[in-house]
Design a protein around this ligand. Sequence first.
Ligand code: AMP
Length: 417
Amino acid sequence: MQQYIDSYDFNGKKAIVRVDFNVPLDENFNITDDTRIRRAIPTLKKVLAGGGSLIIMSHLGRPKKVDPKFSLGHIVGRVSECLGVPVQFADDCQKAAAQAAALKPGEVLLLENLRYYAEEEGKPRGLAEDASDDEKKAAKAAVKASQKEFTKTLASYADCYINDAFGTAHRAHASTALIAEYFPNDKMFGYLMEGEIKAIDNVLKNAQRPLTAIIGGSKVSSKLAVLKNLVGKVDNLIIGGGMGYTFVKAQGGNVGNSLHEDELIPDALEILKEAKEKGVNVSLSVAAVCAQEFSNDAPRKVFPIDQIPEDWEGMDASDASLENWKKIILASKTVLWNGPVGVFELPNFAKGTLQIAEDLAEATKLGAYTLVGGGDSVAAVTKMGYSDKVSYVSTGGGAMLEAIEGKILPGIAAIQE
Ligand code: AMP
């Protein structure tokens, strides 16, 4: 049975909390962005304020074995600073029983990187490249079997389980999903997860209309399921960035050297057909800022979206496209945005994406509910200083995408079921 963090009695209890402390580190192991730590603090403080103690667990990077480069030891100091209490460290997440047992109310223990163990993800490691199918199968069965023990050990440290790691909610890992079964009556979401789930529901389940989705990024293939799910739900679907050119080509346009995927033309046509049948307004760029080289300093020229010459490549949305999109965004009551509408990494082609960030902030001011997710979109909103001027900035790129594909995320299901 799902519990709720606000009403749960933590007094004298040990809570094991899965957080997403997968923060970026520089070459000297200094944290370059501590957003993920800060976003988990309300949940962690709630447990301590309620008289509980904390066992915090996370992954960091993608180590394939014990590797000091990926040690959570690098972040103990910052976690302690953000929490305002000392933080103990367990340098092996599977051998922390004594430290966990000794925790007194108000005390905090951070476990070493869960992904030092293959059991966290439940995927075999170190398989020879030429391993046979039978060998692969056996290795998978072996890691799945030891995953149970791994999960049980983590669960044995605590009286209750909190999942506050939205960034990994789409993974059925030991710490994100499997562990929940050991806490049938003592499992709950942290505040961050609750916020993320509510934000997605505000868009997919309880949206005020008109509802507009802006989907950008490089390829249709990576967001095909997102587009297919959204086309049945939204009033306006703005398709920008590299993925727009497949839609332009599907309708007979010349996209020149722009990014496109010929093999996805049938899917693009299917989405356009469904949109038409459902009365959904699909809005593509009307013109593109193009270059002949994929470089920031390349000379720029604007061409109509369906008349891009052979050796030119669409790199950003044009002013006319941005004007159209602004009108749609400002007339919306709910807006979802995922993915840049141009090559955001190159400052000379970031204008469109930054403009979308500005439009969302303005729409929010006018009373719309606005949700932003995905690395580049979040970076654009942050760069413009608008993180507090949109309704919600998601912390999970992949998890958010899977949620807007309409999938039930394992990390969410494990708590709710
Ligand atoms: P995604 O991870 O699918 O959200 O895609 C993000 C990437 O899309 C960024 O690296 C952008 O540079 C890229 N992108 C956006 N628009 C274009 C474009 N017109 N041509 C090439 N890449 C693009």
